[in-house]
Design a binder for this molecule. Structure first.
Ligand SMILES: *Cc1c(COP(=O)(O)O)cnc(C)c1O
Length: 377
């Protein structure tokens, strides 16, 4: 089976992990945490970085640290992972959804503009407090119009850059646009720590708040006295050791992904029955966190059936995100009932991604493309 995802761990990972074991520093108190945070902040061009145990809780802590509270509303794309909506709901706020752009698969910025006009100017809705920007699969969200809208309506921006390590928008790093920005280091991301996440910000107060939330809101003055409720979101020194080693190779990893994207694009652009990710927009070159494809209507089967056919040929695949407005868990909460987002629905029905791991070889790419062309022809 050609795996859909596979990390590369053949740099300094072993050496740094051995250092942890040799020195006995395995908890979150160890020296690799600080090093990983400092190196990561520098890479993204932010003042502060706070390492946490995964990308989902990074979003949870970020929402609270930004001051999102019950009664607030936060705009987000419907086509994303559940972590985004969960963070908003757990802060007591309400997610407001925007459909996807059919070409980039990111939040449709025109619909964002219309929604804000509709809600804020026409209805006088004053509960909308923030926009959660999520960069999907490889191309960043078109940030300039989003930043302009945030300024116009005085909204905060939280950026989910979990799929965007090493990506830039008009030359500026993804992860540098939010009041708070979050990353994940799950093994399918550009760099991995096994499980892990990072919160970055330039705001000292928010950084302090995130550090406190990460560590049960202990206070320095008196041990075991708490004024607020936090969580244990700490990353271990072992994970940070992996992170430091992985970060050393981020530029190389980005190149690898772009080469993978180039090879897939060359081989697959011959068949016009499938939609491929764009290689570049005027603001960014695709970083191909995953190589996603969408079956056009000429193909007489959907993504689920295509993935079955490919599995029979030993090709690993994953479905696209299943949109938030179709999630039973949210319907039970009375959310998004009867809301319609046709682009996200189409992506979920006809989109999936093919093997896109860091370790994928030219030969494997050739096998994948041959099989894919075979099943749709
Ligand atoms: C992976 C991912 C997350 C969640 O990260 P975990 O570390 O798996 O919790 C959040 N948002 C996006 C867009 C992701 O791709």
């Amino acid at each position: 089976m050609i795996p859909v995802n596979e990390p590369l761990l053949d740099g300094n990972e072993k050496k740094y992990l051995n250092e942890c074991i040799d020195t006995g520093w395995i908890s979150s108190e160890g020296p690799f945490i600080k090093k990983f945070e400092e190196n990561f902040a520098a890479k993204v061009g932010r003042k502060y970085a706070i390492a946490v145990c995964n990308g989902s809780v990074a979003l949870d802590a970020a929402m609270i640290a930004m001051g999102i509270k019950p009664g607030d509303e936060v705009i987000m794309p419907t086509f994303t992972i559940i972590s985004c909506a969960a963070a908003i709901i757990r802060a007591g706020a309400k997610p407001v959804l925007i459909d996807a752009d059919p070409i980039t698969w990111n939040m449709d910025v025109h619909q964002l503009e219309e929604k804000l006009y509709e809600e804020i100017e026409k209805k006088g809705n004053s509960n909308i407090k923030a926009i959660m920007v999520v960069h999907i699969y490889g191309l960043p969200v078109d940030m300039d119009p989003v930043l302009a809208l945030a300024k116009k309506y005085n909204l905060k921006i939280i950026e989910d850059a979990a799929e965007m390590h090493g990506q830039t928008y008009k030359g500026k790093p993804c992860g540098s646009f939010g009041e708070v920005s979050c990353f994940s280091f799950y093994p399918n991301k550009h760099i991995t720590t096994g499980e892990g996440g990072m919160i970055v910000t330039d705001d000292e107060e928010i950084a302090e708040k995130c550090r406190s939330l990460r560590n049960l809101c202990f206070i320095p003055e008196k041990r075991f006295l708490h004024h607020e409720l936090g969580w244990n979101l700490r990353m271990t020194n072992l994970q940070a050791a992996l992170g430091v080693a992985q970060l050393e190779r981020l530029d190389e990893f980005v190149l690898r992904k772009r080469n993978m994207g180039q090879l897939y694009t060359e081989a697959l652009s011959k068949i016009d029955k499938i939609q491929l990710p764009l290689q570049k927009m005027e603001y960014a070159d695709n970083i191909y966190w995953v190589f996603g494809i969408v079956l056009k209507k000429e193909v007489p089967f959907n993504a689920e059936q295509a993935m079955k056919k490919l599995a029979a040929l030993n090709i690993g695949t994953r479905p696209f995100f299943f949109p938030m407005h179709q999630q039973p868990v949210f319907h039970k909460m009375g959310l998004f009932l009867n809301e319609k987002y046709p682009v996200a629905d189409l992506l979920a029905e006809r989109g999936f991604y093919i093997p896109s791991g860091m370790a994928i070889s030219k030969e494997q790419i050739k096998i994948v493309t041959t099989c894919l062309i075979e099943i749709v022809k």
